[in-house]
Design a protein around this ligand. Structure first.
Ligand SMILES: [Zn+2]
Length: 78
């Protein structure tokens, strides 16, 4: 475990040794997930349907990620 302080702008740099172990590269997208115990989970970004939250078969259209089921429901509604 490595302890660090947040910067004056509440930023944090993931230490090089941890990045190397995880295979994380500068500029890669990450998801930040606050947990109930006050901790923060950070993982490589995974596209997730904006409407139902699934990760299955998610497609990106412009800045919106959605699954085939929600796309079909949206098509019916429009
Ligand atoms: Zn969906």
């Amino acid at each position: 475990m490595i302890s660090k302080k947040l910067t004056s702008k509440a930023g944090i740099t993931v230490p090089k040794s941890i990045r190397a172990d995880l295979g994380w590269k500068p500029g890669m997208a990450v998801d930040m997930i606050p947990l109930e115990d006050g901790s923060l989970k950070i993982r490589p970004h995974i596209d997730q349907c904006r409407f139902c939250g699934t990760h299955e078969s998610v497609k990106r259209y412009k800045d919106i990620c959605l699954c085939p089921e929600c796309a079909a429901k949206m098509k019916e509604a429009v």
